[in-house]
Design a binder for this molecule. Structure first.
Ligand code: F6R
Length: 608
């Protein structure tokens, strides 16, 4: 999704802007552009495609400037063309803006501005902002921005510069994450801290309706009515190596291999010393409310929604609280019933997914308590929720989610144990569930150490056009996740189903050209899944099974088996998904796909 970086300071702007925006490449984009103020003019370049195309166009002219803005665009209004790429300008060419988000009333604003004589050069919604600021310009850029934003409906994260008020970089936020970085005699604007971590760890997270006026030495934050707001400076807790490949060929592979550590980090400081009682700092103040909730609705999208489905099985099985899992995009547009004692849990790696954010706003209006499970600290969902749990998985750069998914499952498990403690659920507390999670990181490592077995399977099937993934119980969401991983990075068509549903349609597809991945661990529904395997075998389908280590019968029934260590049913998905992540990754690499940046996809989907 779109990325923004802005810089003002005593250093050269170009290297800061280029290196920063490159760190946001993982979010997905289709064009890019840069504008810097130099001497008495603004110079700008834009290009379609990768940032390296933009770099080719930038020449020595850009070198002397010490302030500027840069953007990567992911097309929503208007095709990915040079004209539609940001920065956008007003008629005079003196105001340049970059924008993340969507201006919902842009048609109205554009018509009004055109009537006033403004000329538009692009098909984007974003360009109206530059013209609107121009139409309001009297003395200072910040006053013009404030007046303009009062007319705007929709979401924006904005970085703005102007020749008529040079020496100022302006940031404005409403519904689209924007962060100010504070350095020595320099300030940064970014939509993602990864872009500026190389330069500073001190950041200010802007809230909705806030505007920051940045000069080399100062920062002033106000709301749109010019009321001054004092902001806290936060310190980023992770280092640059977390966002570099560290010798791995792709971020996705690095992140798959980081899972043992990410899982350890998700547990860190959350178990009481010498026992298995769970405490979650982000929920501490809400224990009284959480003790009495009687219904849970989980809202999420994509992979996070799959983690939510696992949460439904876990919480219902162990706590007996009714749970529903909804696509956030559906939840927000129907009229969901929220009772007084309903808790809405939002799961989101990025914490910025537009539909999930809108869903919690809707639920909050209706009186639900909102609990967030996010990875990105300071993200919108985490900040708007009433309470929350962070994954602590470290930055996830690969577009396909891997370590966030397994950490989400671990955190939902911790939430289950936490709720069991505060609600006095003796059964959960007295069995050894809690200690099972502590064994998981080592078990994940054991699977990763056998990656070569997955490579062999991938070599055999990499040219297949279709795949079916089947699982039951806790492994049904894993089947969905395995299929999603494969299709999004290798472009092989894949479907995930609850195994028993196969008979109700997909069985028609089974023949020798249809490989079927069964997640067939030895759990409550194992005998049922064996019959489903038989059904595929008798129709000539090839079967790849993910099975438990102690299973010595399954190898006779299937074409390939990958064994995983045993754990309790609720935690099995953390283990059973690892070979599926590796299978998808290996096949995508063999098919020469751009694994970290799959076509048409964005890391964080900040538009509907
Ligand atoms: C798939 C994937 C997406 C995200 C989805 C939600 O690998 O990454 O399906 O899971 O876009 O994103 P978050 O979790 O950031 O809300």
């Amino acid at each position: 999704m779109c990325g923004i970086v802005g810089y003002i300071g005593e250093n050269k702007a170009r290297p800061v802007l280029i290196s920063g925006i490159k760190r946001l490449e993982y979010r997905g984009y289709d064009s890019a552009g840069i504008a810097v103020i130099k001497d008495n003019g603004i110079i700008c370049e834009k290009s379609v495609g990768q940032i390296c195309e933009l770099e080719k166009k930038i020449n020595g002219k850009f070198d002397k400037s010490t302030m500027g803005i840069i953007h990567t665009r992911w097309a929503t209004h208007g095709a990915p063309t040079v004209e539609n790429a940001h920065p956008h300008f007003d008629c005079s060419g003196k105001i340049a803006i970059v924008h993340n988000g969507i201006i919902e009333n842009y048609n109205y604003l554009k018509a009004k501005l055109e009537k006033e004589g403004h000329n538009f050069k692009s098909e984007t919604d974003s360009e109206v902002i530059a013209h609107l600021i121009e139409s309001h310009f009297e003395e200072t850029l910040e006053d013009a921005v404030r007046r303009a934003l009062k007319e705007v409906e929709g979401a924006y994260g904005l970085a703005i510069i102007s020749l008529d008020d040079p020496g100022k970089l302006i940031a404005a936020r409403h519904g689209s994450q924007l962060i100010v970085g504070i350095g020595k005699k320099e300030h940064f604007i970014t939509s993602d801290v990864a872009a500026i971590l190389e330069y500073t760890k001190n950041v200010v997270y802007l809230d909705d309706n806030e505007i920051a006026v940045l000069t080399r030495d100062n920062m002033k934050t106000t709301d749109v009515d010019n009321v001054q707001i004092s902001k806290r400076i936060d310190e980023i807790q992770w280092n640059l190596d977390k966002i570099e490949k560290s010798g791995y060929k792709h971020f996705m592979l690095k992140e798959i291999h980081e899972q043992p550590q990410a899982l350890r980090d998700s547990m860190l400081g959350r178990y009481e010393k010498d026992n298995n009682l769970v405490h979650l700092g982000g929920l501490k103040d809400k224990e009284n409310v959480l003790r009495n909730i009687r219904r849970i609705i989980i809202v999420a999208c994509g992979t996070s929604w799959h983690a939510g489905l696992i949460g439904e099985y876990m919480i219902e099985e162990h706590l007996g609280i009714p749970v529903e899992v909804e696509y956030a995009s559906e939840f927000r547009y129907r009229n969901p019933v929220i009772e007084e004692d309903t808790m809405v849990v939002a799961i989101s790696q990025s914490g910025e997914t537009a539909d999930t954010l809108a869903a919690i706003r809707e639920a909050s209006k209706k009186g639900a308590i909102i609990l967030s499970i996010c990875n990105v600290v300071g993200s919108s969902i985490a900040r708007e929720a009433d309470c929350g749990i962070f994954l602590h998985a470290g930055p996830e750069i690969g577009v396909a989610s891997t370590k966030a998914f397994t950490s989400q499952i671990a955190v939902i498990f911790l939430l289950t144990l936490f709720l069991a403690r505060i609600r006095g659920n003796r059964e959960v507390l007295s069995n050894d569930m809690a200690s099972k999670l502590k064994e998981i990181p080592k078990q994940v490592q054991k699977i990763l150490d056998r990656e070569d077995q997955i490579i062999k399977i991938a070599q055999l099937y990499k040219d297949n056009g279709n795949f079916l993934y089947l699982g039951r119980g806790y492994n049904y969401p894993v089947a969905l996740e395995g299929a999603l991983k494969l299709k999004e990075i290798s472009y092989i068509h894949a479907e995930g189903y609850p195994a028993a549903e196969m008979k109700h349609g997909p069985i028609a597809l089974i023949d020798k050209n249809m490989p079927v991945v069964f997640i067939a661990t030895t759990d409550k529904v194992y005998s049922k899944i064996l019959s489903n395997i038989e059904e595929v075998r008798t129709r000539g389908g090839k079967v790849i099974a993910i099975a438990s280590e102690s299973n010595n019968e399954i190898s006779k029934l299937v074409d390939h088996v990958f064994y995983i260590p045993e754990t309790i049913d609720a935690l099995t998905p953390i283990l059973s998904v690892i070979p599926l992540q590796l299978l998808a990754y290996q096949m995508a690499v063999m098919r020469r796909c751009d694994v970290d940046k799959p076509r048409n996809l964005a890391k964080s989907v900040t538009v509907e």
